[in-house]
Ligand binder design. Structure first.
Ligand code: NAD
Length: 471
């Protein structure tokens, strides 16, 4: 029986390994983590992450050929293939702070593999890492190996949170990069065999290591760029009376462009897009390519602009001040169908409103109050002052209220901001909401969830991203 160990039981490690276990009953999969709380949750009825379909997959194979454990050394020692799916956040201090990837977690994992391994291993980069990381990992492993042979593969993950199980069941492609030596090719084949249990052969792409590593960074940069492109056009739509939905539809009908990922919004979020673009920027700078670095930097600048534009619109619409006004925020997660709030645009929007002394009241179906308060107590990255994520002092932490219900959040509010496109926000009783609010009642739809015309008929003053404005 092939034995797989995955280091890192997070948003990627957990679902990815659950699907491998489900699709490969003859493979034993153990997911390990340094976080006891996370492993305990994976072994319970209340999984640590919310992802549609995940509970069902885990239930089918947990205890059969899928296991979660904190006994990292034991399972590394037993495994033939070790996936490393640890976090690779942006560095917060030192060389490259604010841009470069922090590979501390990766390095720790690699040193532990080298320490523990007594037989040959295939080590798979599942985390998103800077191009050439495999070279560094090889050095750590080989210099500490005591005669064990390691083959490093790059197998970046392309799942999207909210649709992770669907994406893993039916991936557009699986990418495997390896060394072009006989041992490297053998390792690629071994990993290919795992995926071949359910992924059609023509969707399994093999490349050299550096192409695989760079493809993941470039893919995220392209996706984020597409959002920034449509968001940039949304600002022009508002200035001219064009409707961004109509413009995006017309653009997307061109088969060279395609219709997906063209929805204007308050901005992209999530743990990956900004982090990976910053990383790309840093790599370009290190390779003496400042023009290319600036090109990708602008994708983030437009994203920041979109968030501040939204806040400015809220404040200017509400007679230039939101001070002491209750503003309901519907949605805090960075997208629907996830409880993940990493880099969610809601953080910046709420902070902008709090900065103008609004009383912010937040409802999200999957995000806890503790998570929201913690996110709002952290400062944000700033290009001009690139030391970030410093906690605010206790006196600076601004009060927000969190409710477990959209009606409670909006009751008595002067304005509503929709910041996540949860399906349930489409179905709310907006007449009831309007009636419970202060008048005039403002609706700021940062995800184009509601029909602005219907909202106007109810009585709201409406702002929808990229749509013609109220006169
Ligand atoms: P995460 O923070 O949810 O999970 C990482 C886990 O690794 C944590 O539980 C942490 O405790 C654990 N860990 C860290 N060091 C460890 C060690 N030495 N031993 C054991 N466990 C350790 O992160 P994530 O969202 O799963 O992302 C993981 C990687 O995958 C990142 O590089 C990310 O960029 C990439 N990625 C993420 C997504 C996504 O949608 N979240 C998609 C594709 C790729």
């Amino acid at each position: 029986m092939v034995k797989i160990c995955c280091i890192g039981a997070g948003y990627v490690g957990g679902p990815t390994m659950a699907v491998i276990a489900l699709k490969c009953p003859a493979v034993e999969v153990v997911v390990v983590d340094i976080s006891v709380a996370r492993i305990t949750a994976w072994n319970s009825e209340q999984l640590p992450i919310y992802e549609p379909g995940l509970d069902d997959v885990v239930k089918q194979c947990r205890g059969r050929n899928l296991f979660f454990s904190t006994d990292i050394e034991k399972h590394i020692a037993r495994a033939d293939i070790i996936f490393v799916s640890v976090n690779t956040p942006t560095k917060t201090r030192g060389l490259g702070a604010g841009k470069a990837a922090d590979l501390t977690y990766w390095e720790n994992a690699a040193r532990m593999i080298a320490d523990v391994a007594k037989a040959d291993k295939i080590v798979v980069e599942k985390s998103t890492v800077p191009v050439k990381t495999a070279e560094a990992i090889e050095k750590i492993l080989i210099h500490n190996s005591r005669g064990v042979n390691f083959q490093i593969l790059s197998n970046p993950e392309f799942l999207a949170e909210g649709t992770a199980i669907k994406d893993l069941f039916n991936p557009d492609r699986v990418l495997i990069g390896g060394r072009e030596t006989p041992e490297g090719k053998k390792a690629v084949q071994a990993l290919k065999q795992v995926y071949a249990n359910w992924v059609p052969e023509d969707r399994i792409i093999t490349t050299n290591l550096w192409s695989a590593e760079l493809s993941k960074l470039a893919a995220n940069a392209f996706l984020a760029q597409r959002i920034s492109s449509v968001n940039a056009i949304s600002a022009l739509c508002e200035a001219t009376g064009a409707d961004v939905a109509e413009v995006a539809y017309a653009i997307g009908k061109d088969t060279r462009v395609g219709p997906r990922f063209l929805s204007a919004s308050v901005g992209f979020g999530g743990s990956c897009f900004q982090k990976d673009i910053l990383n790309l920027v840093y790599i370009c700078e290190c390779h003496g390519l400042p023009e290319v670095a600036n090109y990708w930097k602008d994708v983030i600048k437009i994203n920041d602009y979109q968030k501040s534009r939204f806040v400015n619109r809220v404040v200017s619409s509400m007679f230039n001040t939101v001070s002491e006004k209750k503003i309901a925020v519907l949605g805090f997660a960075f997208k629907k169908d996830t409880g993940d709030t990493r880099e969610t645009p809601a953080i910046d929007v709420c902070k902008g409103l709090l900065g103008d002394k609004a009383k912010v009241c937040i409802y999200d179906p999957q995000v806890t109050e503790e998570q929201i308060q913690r996110d709002l107590a952290l400062n944000k990255f700033d290009w001009d002052h690139p030391v970030h994520l410093q906690p605010m002092s206790a006196t600076e932490v601004k009060p927000v209220a969190v409710t477990r219900d959209a009606y409670e959040a909006t009751k008595g509010a002067h304005g509503v901001c929709i910041l996540t496109e949860w399906d349930e926000f489409k179905k709310l009783d907006y007449v009831r909401i309007y009636e419970s609010m202060q008048k005039p009642a403002f609706m700021f739809d940062g995800r184009n969830v509601v029909d602005p015309q219907k909202m106007r008929e109810i009585g709201f003053i409406v702002y929808s991203i990229g749509k013609p404005l109220d006169s």
